[in-house]
Design a protein around this ligand. Structure first.
Ligand SMILES: *Cc1c(COP(=O)(O)O)cnc(C)c1O
Length: 395
């Protein structure tokens, strides 16, 4: 398992100060495993999960493209060496200016989900290829991503017909089953929707080249709120995806290639934070109970933005043995959301923890860099280090 990653543990042990460490070799290995599990599928890394040049470059060298959300991410992808034809404007939300800028940068693939957006793409990016995003219910995912993106099957047909009329190329359908999708059923229902819409499009004389399966593939090393391993059923998920792709291929009238846009699946388990103990303290709450609190140097605003939905594996390298106590874990700021919630289980922590002791936060590589604030409450964003081929890189 990834939390046994020897080079990561060595790098954490060697880190004298707080930082987030990315293991490029580990990220590359996860990419290669994914390509083996989904043969023939093109991978576009969802940049927002880890907008780090070294990570993007390494994935691009291996053949990956990126899903970018706007001109700034597109610019970063280009400068990190991603070939233009592998950069996709995957955000359904864009202003006219954004479309014009992306088109000038050379982007020709755009996600969409509305007639208004299609009209804007036709005006600002003439002849571009469009991918219509279908809504999904997000069931089975930690973050559902339901209502903000994607349209109904009926709207998807209208959107792609309108795209064709407007001189655009109706190129594909896309979905996103919800982030950290824990079930194969979540994928199954997305494929049922895709197959239905593909059949309707065929009857309407529209022939597509792509199905974009989006993100949602899970990280493997998270704990749930109660501290139990989440353990997603990867074999089952990949089997359902392979089966679903076959069902899509059997719909007449299309010649489909498949794309996936993993974000957290590629990077979460190959990033880890070296933080330190701010304080382990004990105080009486309003109910008269005495409760331990473990305050870490990092929290929701500098590395652990997703701490409201899960627990991370914590390692206390200076206290492997000795008495443990149950504590609530929190970050260092004056914001009460900067903590595990009341629904979270308490965490076993060494009773002897002292201020300044190192703490390792494992599987924290996804959505850490991009959610770090520019110093909320004066706490700095974490610097990052890459290992696994670019030793010593430090920003
Ligand atoms: C964020 C995002 C992804 C990646 O999602 P993960 O759950 O991290 O895999 C993929 N595609 C699009 C369009 C996204 O917005």
């Amino acid at each position: 398992m990834m939390h046994e990653n020897v080079s990561m543990l060595a790098a954490l042990a060697a880190a004298g100060e707080d930082q987030i460490i990315f293991d490029l070799a580990g990220i590359e290995a996860r990419y290669e495993a994914l390509v083996r599990d989904l043969p023939g599928v093109s991978v576009r890394f969802a940049m927002k999960a880890c907008p780090v040049d070294e990570v993007i470059s390494r994935l691009a060298e291996k053949g990956a493209g990126v899903d970018a959300a706007g001109p700034n991410e597109i610019t970063q992808a280009i400068s990190s060496g991603v070939p233009l034809e592998r950069i996709h404007y995957g955000n359904t939300i864009k202003s006219d200016r954004d479309i014009i800028d992306a088109y000038r940068l050379g982007i020709r693939d755009f996600a969409t989900d509305s007639l208004e957006d299609v009209a804007a793409i036709a005006a600002c990016a003439p002849g571009a290829r469009v991918f219509c995003r279908l809504a999904t219910d997000g069931q089975g995912a930690l973050w559902g991503l339901t209502s903000k993106f994607g349209c109904s099957a009926a709207d998807a047909v209208l959107v792609l017909e309108k795209a064709r009329e407007a001189g655009l190329k109706p190129a594909g359908l896309s979905v996103h089953v919800g982030s950290q999708q824990m079930t194969s059923e979540g994928w199954q229902s997305a494929f049922e929707r895709l197959v239905d819409v593909l059949a309707v499009l065929h009857r309407g004389g529209i022939s597509l080249d792509y199905v974009n399966l989006g993100g949602g593939l899970p990280a493997l090393g998270y704990l749930d709120k109660r501290g139990e391993p989440l353990d997603p059923p990867m074999d089952k998920i990949f089997a359902i995806i392979r089966e679903g792709m076959q069902q899509c291929r059997e719909v007449p009238g299309h010649h489909l290639d498949f794309i996936v846009e993993p974000g957290r699946h590629l990077v979460a388990d190959h990033g880890a934070i070296r933080a330190h103990v701010s304080r382990l303290s004990r105080r009486q709450n309003l109910n008269g109970e005495r409760q331990y609190w473990l305050y870490l140097s990092c929290g929701k605003f500098n590395g652990l933005y997703e701490m409201d939905e899960l627990q991370y594996r914590l390692v206390f390298p200076s206290h492997r043995d000795g008495e443990h106590v149950l504590a609530r874990v929190a970050g260092p700021t004056c914001d009460s959301d900067d903590a595990y919630s009341r629904e979270h289980g308490l965490v076993q922590v060494p009773e002897a923890l002292a201020s300044g002791d190192p703490v390792w936060v494992l599987s924290s590589g996804a959505y850490a860099m991009s959610y770090m604030t520019q110093g909320f409450n004066g706490f700095s964003p974490l610097p990052y280090t890459c290992i696994g081929g670019m030793e010593g890189t430090r920003r």
